[in-house]
Design a protein around this ligand. Structure first.
Ligand SMILES: [Zn+2]
Length: 124
């Protein structure tokens, strides 16, 4: 509720324009991924390896995805895929964010329509 109240002073035409703009800037829905990338530096266990002296191997990239309360999944992401995976994750957040904003605008438009109806005396 609070978020849509923030739209209260914006003219209706501007709201409609804003939601069209948000829709035009949506990332491609096929290029998304929910999760996060984490970077790890690891030791291999070989006592004569440089990693045993503190020079750890890495970065090794992992994708972690939360499936539900206390449930995660994921796996190693190869170095070559990191940039793409990062872009997918950004797209996911952008898509979600824009959808949420469009939804807020539509709620505000609905509210105004109802307000107009009430002023016109068509009570419901
Ligand atoms: Zn090592």
């Amino acid at each position: 509720m609070k978020a849509s109240e923030g739209l209260g002073r914006i003219p209706e035409l501007a709201l409609r324009k804003r939601k069209r703009g948000l829709a035009e800037l949506l990332p491609p829905v096929t290029e998304i991924l929910r999760g996060s990338l984490v970077e790890r530096y690891v030791t291999c266990g070989n006592p004569s390896c440089k990693c045993a002296r503190g020079e750890r191997h890495g970065p090794i990239w992992y994708l972690t995805v939360t499936l539900g309360p206390g449930r995660t999944t994921g796996g190693i992401v190869s170095e070559e895929k990191v940039a793409e995976v990062r872009a997918w994750i950004e797209n996911y957040h952008k898509l979600k964010d824009h959808i949420e904003k469009i939804s807020e605008i539509n709620r505000e438009l609905l509210r105004r329509e109802r307000e107009r109806e009430r002023k016109q005396g068509r009570k419901k």
